[in-house]
Design a binder for this molecule. Structure first.
Ligand code: AMP
Length: 283
């Protein structure tokens, strides 16, 4: 696997692949890779002849009081892990490579509608940062296919709209969420949790499954949301939202709708902010 820090070298390699008619897959990450990330690389392999992963902790998607400075940076470990996954190229640019005018004087890509609520409301500017960096990475890598996890469901919808609206000729593949045996969704942020918090964090997935069961049992959307919040709070999660939305666009479902729904949860355990979701098929 090649490790590349500069856009120019990246372009040279990708151009040579494309000249040979090879299909290029891309997995963007912020590093500190875990089995969830590696499953995206494996999925990219199935859709492409060559796989590029990027590791870039993107400053513009972090709020002023968020964990940008302390976000875990483990490039050597990530490099070894990607190599073991038969990734072909790791692109690990410096901030100046992605933001030649600096992160706060960048062109900004802003995706409306699907970013307005939930994570967008809790984290102002977050999705502008995501849409901007993903646009830049797409322009630099020029992949044929890119893989994103459903773990960050609102991000996935944002990238879908971005690709369609800006006409990037890129096929998007979404990947299922990998979980610990407790049900906790794997996340780089899980390592901020104490052993005791990690155990309690299992309540998030348990609650999402209970929401699905309650919908199947015919409970109203309002009741399902209220019960979910109670359950999460009882386990000590300071809940930001525990909601049922339309999976298609995260809008509020009509009261009697039972098709195409998704449950989404965000909250804090100690200082660690966790998110998760579950698409409610067949309720
Ligand atoms: P991040 O490094 O957190 O920005 O995530 C990079 C990519 O990995 C995103 O597309 C995430 O949705 C995806 N991802 C993160 N956690 C998981 C997981 N537990 N299972 C599958 N994909 C994940």
């Amino acid at each position: 696997m090649q490790l590349v820090h500069h856009a120019e070298s990246l372009r040279r390699v990708v151009r040579a692949w494309r000249a040979q008619g090879l299909r290029v897959g891309f997995v963007p990450t912020m590093g500190n890779l875990h089995a969830g990330h590696y499953s995206l690389v494996a999925l990219a392999r199935r859709h492409a002849d060559r796989v590029v992963a990027s590791v870039f902790v993107n400053p513009t998607q972090f709020g002023p009081n968020e964990d940008f400075a302390r976000y875990p940076r483990t490039l050597e470990q990530d490099r070894a892990g990607l190599e073991a996954q038969q990734c072909d190229l790791l692109f690990a640019p410096a901030v100046e490579e992605i933001y030649p005018y600096g992160p706060w004087q960048t062109v900004v890509v802003s995706v409306p509608v699907v970013t307005a609520s939930l994570e967008g409301a809790s984290r102002p500017g977050h999705f502008d940062g995501v849409a901007t960096v993903v646009s830049k990475l797409f322009s630099l890598v020029q992949p044929d296919v890119a893989v994103f996890g459903r773990k960050d469901y609102q991000q996935l919808l944002t990238i879908r709209r971005l690709v369609r609206d800006l006409g990037f000729p890129i096929e998007l593949v979404d990947a299922p969420t990998l979980r610990e045996s407790s049900g906790l969704a794997m996340s780089s942020r899980n390592q901020y949790l104490s052993a005791e918090e990690r155990e309690r964090a299992a309540v998030i997935y348990a609650t999402l499954r209970a929401m699905r069961e309650a919908l199947r049992a015919g409970r109203s959307l309002d009741a399902v949301e209220a019960e979910a919040r109670l359950r999460l709070e009882a386990a000590g999660l300071r809940t930001e939202y525990a909601v049922v939305r339309r999976a298609e666009d995260l809008g509020d479902p009509a009261p009697n709708t039972r098709d195409g729904l998704i449950g989404l949860v965000a909250g804090r355990l100690g200082s660690t902010r966790l998110i998760d979701n579950l698409v409610f098929d067949g309720v």
